[in-house]
Design a protein around this ligand. Structure first.
Ligand SMILES: Cc1cc2nc3c(=O)[nH]c(=O)nc-3n(C[C@H](O)[C@H](O)[C@H](O)COP(=O)(O)O)c2cc1C
Length: 303
């Protein structure tokens, strides 16, 4: 039997190889558009997708300007935060993605990418680097520490940034004053030259198991758990429910016309009826009618 997986020893891969695997695998990544300044007051703007939020209290975000894999040179952004430990991080959405990419060009030190890529500098309130007017959200941060992860080409430098001010373009707020993910149109960086776009078409919701304790897929009847008709996501959604449907709910589902038609069809084998019921349940699941879906699956299980 051929193995489904290849296994690589990270210690034997070249920088280029490991970089390729990591950035394609760990994706999509949010993009920090980092505005920094040096002691002479020269402004720099560059994107970094080694970026995320790591703490709410204190509010800490971290991004990582790495040493060049080819030349081992440090990024101007890193040099700047070591001189002036402040950064304004803009969030990148689709309307500005092409200009953001332009700002990643390796311009000589001292060149202001706000100018080269066509962004507008807006004075920050509590830090020296300006914020990017075109970004939907900007965070003024002070830098708590910079952690160098190595001194060879490709080594990252964690810029541990403490959020002091958050500026939000009101266009992206909903009526409750909260950020509206459906309006933000955020982009993510993937491997090679790929990006992805989180617009309304590509986003989906999963109910949060906040107050409930999912019973787990191990509690589902075997006919559901190992169904060739249901997807792993279908099964996962059911495992998130707290309990099997009640007898009453299952009886109510028996009254659904399509369920009756399937059960009354004497020309079909039990196996075929089971598949038909599972297919029907799947369509209920995908229409977010979880209760009826589950009940129909229990009817199928009793066949
Ligand atoms: C979307 C995007 C994400 C990037 N992420 C990173 C990153 O996380 N770390 C890094 O060192 N370089 C990253 N780069 C490359 C830097 O932006 C690029 O090296 C830039 O020229 C650095 O500018 P600076 O030397 O002015 O700081 C990224 C480029 C793009 C377009």
């Amino acid at each position: 039997m051929t193995d489904t997986f290849i296994t690589l020893d990270a210690n034997t891969l070249s920088n280029k190889e490991i970089h390729g695997y990591l950035v394609s695998a760990i994706a999509p990544r949010p993009i920090a558009f980092a505005s920094t300044i040096n002691q002479q007051g020269k402004v720099n703007l560059s994107p970094f997708s080694y970026f995320n939020v790591f703490s709410t209290n204190p509010p800490i975000v971290v991004f990582s300007p790495a040493r060049s894999g080819r030349t081992n040179e440090t990024k101007h952004t890193l040099d700047n935060v070591l001189e002036v430990p402040e950064v304004c991080i803009g969030i990148v959405n689709h309307p500005i993605v092409e200009k953001m990419s332009l700002a990643s060009t390796a311009y000589p030190k001292g060149v202001n990418e706000f100018v080269k890529a066509g962004f507008t500098e807006q004075p920050s309130e509590v830090i020296k680097p300006p914020r990017i007017r075109e970004c939907p959200i900007s965070m003024e941060c002070t830098v708590d520490e910079v952690i160098a992860l190595g001194d060879q080409g490709g080594a990252g430098n964690l810029v541990v940034s403490r959020v002091q001010r958050i500026h939000i373009n009101k266009e992206y707020l909903n009526e409750a004053g909260k950020l509206d993910s459906t309006k933000l149109d955020l982009v993510g960086r993937m491997g090679e030259s790929w990006y992805c776009r989180a617009d309304e078409d590509s986003m989906f919701e999963i109910p949060k198991p906040l107050r409930t304790t999912g019973m787990g897929v191990d509690q589902l009847p075997e006919s559901i758990r190992n169904s060739p008709t249901l997807t792993a996501n279908n099964v996962g959604r059911l495992g998130n429910l707290e309990e099997l449907p009640s007898k009453k709910a299952v009886n109510t589902a028996r009254g659904i016309e399509q369920v009756q038609l399937i059960l009354e069809n004497q020309n079909h084998s039990t196996q075929k009826q089971l598949t038909e019921l599972q297919l029907l349940a799947k369509s209920y699941l995908e229409a977010d009618d979880i209760d009826n879906a589950f009940s129909i699956l229990m009817i199928a299980d009793e066949l």
